[in-house]
Design a binder for this molecule. Sequence first.
Ligand code: GRF
Length: 207
Amino acid sequence: MKNLVLLISGRGSNLQSILQAEREAAWGVCVRGVISNRADAAGLDVARAFGVPTQVIAHADFPNREAFDQALAEVIAALEPDVIALCGFMRVLGAAFVDRFAGRLVNIHPSLLPAFTGLRTHARALEEGVKWHGATVHLVSSALDHGPILAQAAVPVLDADTAETLAARVLLEEHRIYPPAVRALLEGRVQIDGLRTRIRPASDSPL
Ligand code: GRF
């Protein structure tokens, strides 16, 4: 059985979408744990509601990024993950961490990458006047928000949009595209060629 570990920092709605999809479609994986870098992350309650073990590794308890990454990596490695899904995990992971788990680390980013890497993606999309915005599931590489893309979904930017209404519309798409991408990675259906990926469909998966 494949092992899945999920990292969060906050609300945990993407975490919920993955745990729900896994439960509904019986992926046959072991969700080994949810780790948060913040003790007050609401997503910890989401994990508990699904009966998933939780751990908090507070970045604030470490003297620097390397020490935090190292501690996090040790805890994750002990869970023997096949896939580590970042679900709104708001810390940049250093190259040593990324290299250690290369090919197994996946993230959801709230923009159509490579546009709008980094933070405040919805506000920046409005400022730039783009007519389409969206979400991207990608493998994590040491270049921030630049790993091979597994899935994307676009939403139109509406005249009346604020950053909040746009974020809400994008979030619905995040919840739709992230679970099948995580599942494909767990099931070894992702083929990678440079930055391009090809995903073989599962018989009952929307990808
Ligand atoms: C999502 O918009 C995700 O794309 C971004 O952070 C947000 C996390 O939301 N990386 P949630 O914690 O999954 O509800």
